[in-house]
Design a binder for this molecule. Structure first.
Ligand code: G4P
Length: 513
């Protein structure tokens, strides 16, 4: 029986190597151990371990499956959703962010804000969820703390409020000062957590104290005011400094996280706000992990519980079709211990064993009112390829596979006007590989790829694109909803085009989310 502890559900947004894995491990350690849900590689789900699907993971040495981890801290259940990065960055990484209530942004103090962080940040910013910032690797010579704050404010257009402040950095790191408690967490090599009152400390040299006190005065006088409301709306980010590797500042961060992270919020569905406290169970599917066992065409649909209580065996309705289903019969669940989930609360993620009923973005409700949570956004792709079936005789399977995989959200589909050539778009290379693999294994179609040099998509939201305006380098295509989209090779080509046709309104897609 899942205890009714408060839930806090978050994901880490960061650029590869900033320290996401290290921080996650330390948090899990503080929360009493690693418990993995949603990954299907465990012993108890061994039937998947030998599947072909896993081959793709083995070959590439990556984890394609998404994972959900849990920790209990101060009697709060914290659910952490993993956001795949590196080459396995895909639309699923973005979609995961629609299922969390809070984001933790991890920034490498040496590098500042990097590309992937910025992309993921945009999704969180649009959702208006709290974003807590952990500036990592304080044990290294990084950028000046004040410069890092300025960078966040300028690049991300968000106010900052440092909850703690470093004294020294890299080799001269002495500790971090907590603005709320007037205490210092002392940095020492043994990694033991030592906290002393600032007024009673005797290890800081006069010049160190002077510099620190100057900076603190500047923060107090010229810095932003902290308000919980601004944090909750994602307008101000509480900033924490630390070093995940040395477990330094991690527990202080977790203490504050529990206070500032948002509990499950009401969410909009069919024009109404659905309260998590509502007695009706509801949730939406943000990711489908397909075909882990090719013999059965089975899939795991990851569902975020939004309201009410989920209990196994309950009858639910799939809002898109009105179809009723009893989840216990045809579905099993992966939970914190990779066993069957018996119940789940708002904020929890459950894995539904799916035989092909669900689509990404689907809402499931227990009542008789089939409302639907807001549509899953389409994220702007950055990689494109023209595709054809190697064997033209297989066009039937080719179209079937394409339609199903596009519906599932595996890939985005575009067509050229007139000839209706297929172009697929993705935010990460992995999506192409998964698409190719699944077309071959599930639909028996070999795909010919012609990678394109285009990297930018812009939706045409005003004006008309006429024949003479485009060519192969700035292509006009239609997306899967029939909207006009222009593909450009780079920013330069885009700017040139915009200068030439200033009346045309172009959108990145982000604004349309
Ligand atoms: P990621 O998941 O965001 O990609 O980052 P990860 O935690 O794997 O960390 C990336 C690298 O940065 C690792 O080093 C890790 O040890 C290091 N790191 C993480 N936190 C800190 C920190 O607070 N200080 C310092 N100095 N380094 C940190 P690596 O050499 O790439 O891997 P490994 O061989 O240490 O595992």
């Amino acid at each position: 029986m899942t205890q009714e502890r408060p839930r806090r559900t978050f994901a880490i947004i960061s650029h590869p190597d900033a320290g996401k894995t290290t921080l996650t491990e330390k948090l899990l350690f503080l929360g009493g151990g690693i418990r993995d849900a949603g990954t299907v590689k465990g012993k108890k789900s061994g039937k998947f371990a030998t599947s072909d699907w896993m081959e793709i993971e083995k070959q590439r040495g990556i984890s394609v499956t998404s994972s959900v981890m849990q920790l209990i801290y101060n009697d709060v259940q914290i659910n952490i959703l993993d956001t795949p990065g590196h080459q396995d960055f895909s639309e699923d990484t973005y979609r995961t962010l629609t299922a969390v209530d809070t984001a933790v942004m991890v920034i490498d103090s040496v590098k500042g804000i990097e590309a992937q962080t910025l992309k993921l940040f945009k999704v969180c910013k649009m959702r208006g969820i709290p974003i807590l910032t952990f500036i990592n690797k304080l044990d290294r010579e990084g950028k000046e703390p004040l410069d890092l704050l300025a960078e966040i404010e300028e690049v991300l257009e968000m106010e900052t409020y440092p909850m703690n402040w470093p004294i020294g950095m890299g080799k001269t790191l002495k500790g971090i000062y907590s603005r709320g408690t007037n205490k210092i967490e002392v940095y020492d090599d043994t990694h033991d957590r030592v906290i002393v009152d600032y007024d009673e400390q005797n290890f800081l040299e006069d010049y160190e104290k002077e510099q620190f006190e100057d900076e603190l005065m500047l923060l107090n006088e010229a810095g932003n005011e902290f308000t919980q409301d601004k944090v909750r709306n994602g307008e101000l980010t509480p900033v924490f400094f630390g070093s995940a590797l040395s477990s330094f500042g991690v527990q202080s961060f977790l203490d504050e996280f529990v206070q500032h992270a948002a509990p499950p919020q009401p969410r909009k569905a069919s024009g109404e706000m659905i309260d998590p406290e509502s007695s009706t169970f509801s949730g939406f599917i943000f990711k489908i992990q397909a075909n882990m066992n090719p013999n059965h065409r089975d899939r795991i649909a990851f569902l975020r519980v939004c309201s009410g209580t989920f209990t196994r065996g309950m009858e639910v309705m799939l809002s898109r079709t009105g179809k009723k289903m009893k989840l216990s019969q045809s579905h099993s669940f992966f939970a914190s211990d990779r066993e069957t989930v018996n119940d789940a609360m708002p904020g929890d993620i459950i894995g539904l064993y799916d035989s092909g009923n669900f689509e990404v973005g689907d809402t499931i409700v227990s009542g008789s009112e089939p409302y639907r949570y807001e549509e899953m956004p389409q994220f702007p792709p950055e990689k494109f390829a023209k595709i054809t079936a190697k064997n033209a005789l297989k066009h039937k399977q080719y179209h079937k596979g394409m339609t199903q995989l596009v519906q599932e959200g595996t890939i985005q589909l575009y067509k050229t006007p007139y000839f209706e050539d297929y172009i697929i778009g993705a935010v990460g290379e992995l999506q192409f590989q998964v698409f190719e693999y699944r077309m071959k294994n599930e639909y028996k179609v070999d795909i010919e790829f012609q990678h394109m040099t285009h990297e930018l998509a812009r939706w045409v939201t005003g004006g008309e694109v006429t024949d003479g305006m485009t060519d192969s380098r700035k292509m006009l295509v239609n997306d899967q909803h029939g909207r006009s989209v222009l593909l450009f090779e780079n920013e330069f080509a885009l700017r040139f085009f915009q200068d030439k046709y200033p009346d045309l309104k172009l959108s990145t897609g982000w604004e349309m989310l």
